[in-house]
Design a protein around this ligand. Structure first.
Ligand code: GLU
Length: 301
């Protein structure tokens, strides 16, 4: 018997409590992993210490347990992974794939290229720091076209230089960029399948680019619709999304299954939490997840 090749994960940033949108990402990734006989890992993405909110990690872990999620192995904490990120950056430096950058946000906003409305890096420091300037950040040279097949959203293609521009690997404040941390950690955890919200679809090409530069394997990607409020804004701390922990687990889980196009039967509303999981695992169909980037979240009360 060969062991299952599927390794999935849920990777919340502890910037606030678990809301309906993060429940959808947790549930979609867990069901897809388990229904395929795979492992499901948990990673706390606290690399961005300035954005980490005290108590948020505990709130997320408590909510996941209350909702009946069971992850495999040890939790990975990005705040303890600095050495691995440094090593990856050193490899990128050795290969000439990154360059030091002295530009401030203000300077980039004022640049000619940024004035066309794009958020691309104008390339100021790409061929060397201007005289008298000190490096603040490290950027990856954006080169080539990245194409991939998203298991839910379909074929994707991004021209890195034209669409994104040279992107940050180490920020001016000394924090490793999300893109680098995710790639290094997905590889370290042996992740084969990334199932997450479609708000990260636009980050995927950069992550594949980094995997190629670092000779790391490319996982399969599936991007779930993002839950929004009635105004079409992604649920988040900024949009004052309610903590999903405020609601009974059965109600929230059934609503998340419905959101993911799984057509949970009405009787499930009266079932126990564990019965909901049993039904969900037996009936999970990734192909039924709506091929949409965003959907308005249901009212839970
Ligand atoms: N930490 C990211 C977030 O909470 C998710 C990263 C990922 O799934 O790749 O939005």
């Amino acid at each position: 018997m060969t062991s299952s090749p599927y390794v999935g994960r849920f990777a919340p940033s502890p910037t606030g409590p678990l809301h309906f949108g993060s429940l959808v990402a947790a549930l979609g990734s867990a069901l897809d992993a388990r229904a395929n006989g795979g492992k499901w890992l948990l990673r706390i993405e606290d690399v961005d210490a300035p954005r980490t909110v005290a108590g948020a990690t505990e709130a997320i872990l408590g909510a996941l347990e209350r909702f009946g999620f069971a992850w495999d192995g040890e939790i990975m904490w990005q705040s303890r992974r600095t050495a691995a990120y440094e090593e990856a950056l050193a490899r990128l430096k050795a290969d000439g794939a990154v360059f030091p950058c002295a530009c401030s946000r203000r300077e980039m906003a004022d640049s000619a290229l940024a004035r066309d409305g794009s958020r691309r890096y104008p390339g100021t420091c790409r061929n060397g720091l201007p005289p008298g300037r000190t490096a603040r950040a490290w950027r990856v040279k954006a080169e080539g076209v990245i194409a991939f097949e998203d298991a839910i959203q379909g074929p994707q293609r991004e021209d890195l230089a034209a669409d994104v521009g040279d992107y940050v690997a180490l920020r001016a404040d000394g924090v490793f960029a999300y893109q680098l941390a995710v790639v290094v950690d997905d590889c370290a955890q042996g992740v084969t399948h990334v199932v997450r919200g479609a708000d990260l679809l636009g980050s995927t090409a950069r992550q594949i680019h980094l995997q190629e530069l670092l000779a790391m394997p490319r996982p399969a990607y599936a991007h779930l619709p993002v839950a929004t409020n009635a105004a079409g804004e992604k649920l988040s701390k900024q949009t004052l999304a309610r903590a999903v922990d405020d609601f009974p687990p059965t109600r929230a889980l059934v609503a998340a299954l419905d959101f993911l196009g799984q057509n949970p039967p009405a009787e499930l509303h009266d079932a126990t939490r564990d019965e909901v999981w049993t039904w969900a695992l037996a009936h999970w169909r990734r192909d039924d997840v709506p091929r949409r980037l965003q959907i308005v979240a249901p009212a839970l009360d």
